[in-house]
Design a protein around this ligand. Structure first.
Ligand SMILES: [Zn+2]
Length: 470
């Protein structure tokens, strides 16, 4: 049975969705003021993998994620670039969608944008005011945090802790409009001529937290199965989402709260825009193959920090290459086998065993690291006992299909035989030139053969090595 670690209860719980065969999932998306970095991409990949595994387990997954397309940072950035907030959002969203599709992230079922839910947000806030959970103050609207009895439970903080925390981040101007320092903004009154919408509370725009409550409830209902995001969203964002949603509906907002850990860089520092130690997904895709990046992002259990460095990407590349190579070799072997040949063999029960062990690993709160151990064991078995050994086509297809299923869950593309870029060809040629220069003819011959196998023939001329593709 699938178990998921629930941040709220701080333990692994059996997963029972609200509807038998369907899972509702809401994952907080980016604020679209600039390109996402590798740290943000990890969250996207972690929840894409959760979704893929749930689909593999037979659930239909309704997956909703948002773009925060209006907030202070967007307003500031749009002003700097002399464009409207909408123009900025449209441009960043286009880049985001392109980049995440490169690393094989499935398109969401529904993508919501905060600015498309303004009437619903206004209605939600109005009802919170009617119920006494929110109040107007000089054009803003605030949520009465202490009125929600279990506030702090999700992020495991007491009200006393929160009071201390709030006193450390005082915005005096805003504080003067709040009844209690713990209260948070649901609606922000317009300042100057910044972007604003009409509302019964005056012209303004929604606070950040309210949009996710409204979009989740509008698209998926009052209670959903899974709500996910990076662990930095636990507090205050998710704590506030939970407080305002449950105050209004008097129903549990979310059954399973999931949070992924950060990507860290040298010195275990969190990768972030503010620390300036980030690399954007867009930049990374210029340097690294999308499959290596996907492998890098998916390989570590989602609740553990993932260290980003050139070495860790190189390691991910080696591991991905192992999978790709075996997958290609197995395919070539199957393609080359005579269809009539149906020798008896006993691989089937082993395949079932591998399949079961992979599911057991993933059922344990998506334990990718254990699942990958099984994948690599499977690759060794294929190389040793299957290729050139087994020849029952049914069995071989069965063995290949399991590998394809796993690649699908991990979000890795099926390796293609003919896929070699010009840069990769040049790299191999340069390696061969270097081998010849150092008189390592064995290596240089091996590299020539490898190129030939890839359909590349080379010719040594006075002007260097030339190559032609077959
Ligand atoms: Zn959110």
């Amino acid at each position: 049975m699938l178990k998921i670690y629930n941040t709220l209860s701080r333990k692994k719980e059996n997963f029972t969705p609200i509807s038998k065969n369907q899972v509702t999932m809401y994952v907080c998306g980016p604020t679209v003021y600039n390109d996402i970095h590798i740290g943000n991409a990890r969250s996207v990949v972690a929840f894409d993998t959760v979704r893929r595994y749930l689909m593999y387990r037979g659930y239909q997954v309704k997956y909703v994620s948002n773009f925060t397309d209006v907030d202070d940072r967007m307003i500031d950035r749009a002003a700097e670039e002399n464009v409207t907030v909408f123009q900025l959002a449209d441009r960043v969203i286009k880049g985001y969608e392109h980049d995440v599709s490169q690393i094989n992230v499935l398109p969401v079922t529904v993508r919501t944008r905060a600015t498309q839910f303004i009437p619903q947000i206004i209605d939600f806030i109005s009802r919170l005011i009617e119920k006494g959970y929110a109040y107007k103050s000089e054009g803003d609207v605030y949520f009465r945090t202490r009125k929600f009895q279990t506030y702090g439970e999700l992020s495991d903080q007491s009200i006393a802790d929160l009071v201390v925390g709030a006193s450390e981040h005082v915005n005096l101007e805003e504080q003067s409009r709040k009844v209690d320092p713990l209260d948070f903004a649901l609606w922000k009154g317009q300042k100057g001529d910044e972007i604003a919408w009409d509302s019964p509370f005056g012209k303004g725009r929604p606070g950040w937290h309210i949009e996710c409550s409204v979009m989740s409830i509008s698209e998926l209902g009052e209670t959903i199965d899974i709500h996910g995001g990076g662990e930095d969203l636990k507090f205050p964002h998710h704590e506030n989402e939970r407080a305002q949603s449950e105050s209004l509906t008097e129903e549990p907002f979310v059954h399973y709260w999931m949070h992924n850990a950060f990507v860290t860089t040298a010195g275990d520092e969190k990768m972030s825009k503010s620390a300036g130690n980030f690399i954007t997904l867009h930049e990374a895709l210029k340097t690294y193959d999308a499959n290596f990046l996907r492998f890098f992002l998916v390989q570590t259990n989602y609740r553990k920090p993932l260290q980003y460095s050139k070495d860790s990407i190189a390691q991910a590349k080696r591991n991905y290459d192992r999978i790709a190579e075996t997958s290609r070799n197995l395919k070539a072997y199957i393609d080359g086998i005579e269809p009539t040949k149906t020798d008896k063999s006993n691989g089937s029960s082993l395949v079932e065993d591998f399949k079961k062990r992979f599911v057991e690993a993933m059922d344990d709160d998506f334990n990718i690291q254990n699942a990958l151990t099984i994948v690599f064991e499977y690759l060794r078995w294929i190389n040793k006992e299957v290729i050139n050994q087994l020849s029952s086509l049914d069995e071989l297809n069965n063995i290949q299909n399991l590998l394809i299923d796993w690649l699908g869950i991990l979000g890795l593309s099926e390796p293609k035989t003919e896929e070699i870029t010009d840069q990769e060809i040049l790299d191999l040629i340069n390696q061969r030139d270097a081998a010849r220069e150092s008189k390592d003819f064995k290596l240089s011959d091996e590299l020539r053969d490898r190129l030939l196998n890839l359909g590349i023939s080379i010719e040594d001329t006075n002007n260097g090595t030339k190559y032609t593709k077959k």
